[in-house]
Design a protein around this ligand. Structure first.
Ligand code: BES
Ligand code: MN
Ligand code: ZN
Length: 488
């Protein structure tokens, strides 16, 4: 992986990046003042080049000035927009792409660069350098970035935080990109056990189908019944000294969603290995919180099941008895995510005494219908919690939009046979799924939030810090939010 180090501003690096600010008012884009003598010598030539190419300075816009002097082979003039964290994140991502096949890159920072900008730059560089390959990959990639002229304690710790966040995001992306041939429920649980290692404060436990049956996790068992590879419930705990709050994170972990007996067409099925993106994000964020040593107690719960078709599969018309005794009527075996989550929500409320519960799930195609490809749907009856999560997402660069839990739509998931039905025909599919989940949160509904992240879990092509494939959506939001809980 890419190494980033802070160094004094000197030398003539072969590939040098210089920051370009977006103009305020009528003036053109300008080179931000950096301390590097080599850059000062080039200032006039750079300013002329900026005007010639019409550089806007917008975040991520990049023009390369080739070989301005013998030693410096390429100068990458990268827009940083307003120079805030988001602008630097986009700039970092653009640099990672422009220098992808260079062995090394140096980035000169403006004199007054603050830790937020440093964190943005590092996150952008690292996140956009991510690659997932299962075959032999012989393409050379960027190994070393030297950041010139920003050595401070604040910037060093911003860099360290960015590294933890990027590593957690890498883990979530790796898990989500992995094909389901390999990625069984047991495989996923083992990967998290391995990643947790023996770190003090971390604890992993995994329930197998027998234990799930003994304790009454009927939703997880029903969804997993059609697969030859049985379901699991993964529980990952981070218990630091001095923690005052207990956060429960829950993530949908359907390792493949064929739709079950209500089978999906090929087109809707081909990417359904990503249907455990919520589980990947909450586990990776919890491991990240441990790596950052955040003083918040976390229990991450991932119901893991493969939704398949076989003689053992659950069927439309079945009634499932969830953990704690509530029942649901199966109208559609493809609305399986809410069934595995229902068990775990009920378990968390009854057994864990949480202060707050947040679940992440690739729950409905309706998420993208309502909000497009890049925005998750956020639900909560708690305004403060909703605002906290939305603010964390905005700061971290992950978009979400709050949708209402419309009480009137509850009748859409009513059932004559059971407490609730698992699907409805009345539209508002993301909202009715959220309402279904809320039925299992019971008295804890005021401390619960749900994120339907079906859409932003995956991206069809490179964009900013995102690389084609799994995005790791939610890791950055959760870590930002947990950092806020730890300090606030
Ligand atoms: N895993 C899907 C939702 C999904 C769709 C995630 C597209 C990512 C991209 C979920 O299990 C599902 O099939 N939902 C159904 C619910 C319906 C049957 C009530 C849907 O959205 O169509
Ligand atoms: Mn489904
Ligand atoms: Zn699903």
């Amino acid at each position: 992986v890419l190494a980033i180090r802070l160094s004094p501003a000197r030398g003539n690096p072969a590939v040098l990046a210089l920051p370009i600010a977006e103009p305020v008012g009528a003036a053109g884009a300008t080179l931000l003042p950096v301390d590097l003598p080599a850059a000062l010598a080039l200032a006039e030539e750079v300013e002329a080049f900026l005007a010639d190419v019409g550089h806007t300075g917008a975040a991520g816009v990049l023009h390369a000035l080739p070989r301005p002097v013998a030693k410096i082979r390429r100068v990458l003039l990268v827009g940083v927009g307003a120079g805030d964290e988001a602008g630097w994140r986009t700039a970092g991502a653009a640099l990672a792409r422009a220098a992808a096949h260079e062995p090394a890159l140096s980035v000169a920072l403006p004199l007054d660069t603050d830790p937020a900008a440093m964190r943005g730059l590092a996150e952008g560089l690292l996140l956009a350098s991510y690659r997932f390959r299962l075959g032999a990959d012989r393409t050379a990639t960027l190994r070393q970035v030297t950041v010139l002229g920003a050595q401070s304690v604040g910037n060093a710790s911003a860099l360290a935080a960015a590294r933890v966040i990027a590593e957690a995001t890498y883990l979530a992306r790796d898990l989500t990109n992995m094909p389901s041939l390999e990625k069984s429920p047991a495989w996923f649980a083992e990967r998290i056990e391995k990643a947790a290692g023996n770190r003090p404060g971390l604890r992993v436990s995994v329930r197998d189908p027998q234990q799930l049956a003994a304790e009454g996790f009927g939703g997880i068992l029903a969804v997993g019944a059609g697969s030859s590879r049985g379901p699991r419930l993964l529980e990952l705990g981070w218990r630091p000294r001095g923690a005052r709050r207990h956060v429960v994170l829950i993530g949908k972990g359907v390792t493949f969603d064929s739709g079950g007996i209500c089978i999906k067409p090929r087109d809707g099925m081909k990417l359904m290995r990503k249907d455990m993106g919520g589980a990947a994000a909450i586990c990776a964020a919890t491991l990240g919180a441990a790596a950052l040593n955040l003083p918040v107690r976390i229990t991450a719960l991932a119901p893991l099941a493969e939704n398949m078709v076989s003689g053992g599969a659950f069927r439309p018309g079945d009634v499932v008895r969830h953990y704690g005794g509530q029942t649901s009527e199966i109208l559609n075996t493809d609305a399986e995510g809410r069934l595995v989550l229902a068990d775990v929500l009920a378990y968390a409320v009854r057994r864990l005494r949480p202060d707050v519960i947040v679940d992440l799930a690739t729950l409905t195609g309706a998420n993208a219908v309502a909000l497009g490809k890049r925005t998750a749907a956020l639900y909560s009856d708690n305004d403060e919690l909703a605002d906290q999560l939305a603010a964390a997402g905005a700061a971290a660069g992950e978009k979400m939009w709050r949708l209402p839990l419309v009480d009137d739509y509850l009748e859409q998931i009513g059932s004559d046979l059971a407490d609730v039905a698992n699907s409805s025909e009345g539209g508002a599919g993301s909202i009715t799924a959220a309402l279904f989940l809320r039925e299992f949160v019971g008295s804890a509904r005021d401390i619960w939030a749900h994120l339907d992240m079906s859409a932003p879990a995956w991206v069809d092509g490179a964009d900013g810090e995102l690389v084609k494939g799994a995005t790791g959506w939610g890791v950055r939001t959760l870590l930002r939010w947990l950092e806020g809980l730890a300090t606030g």
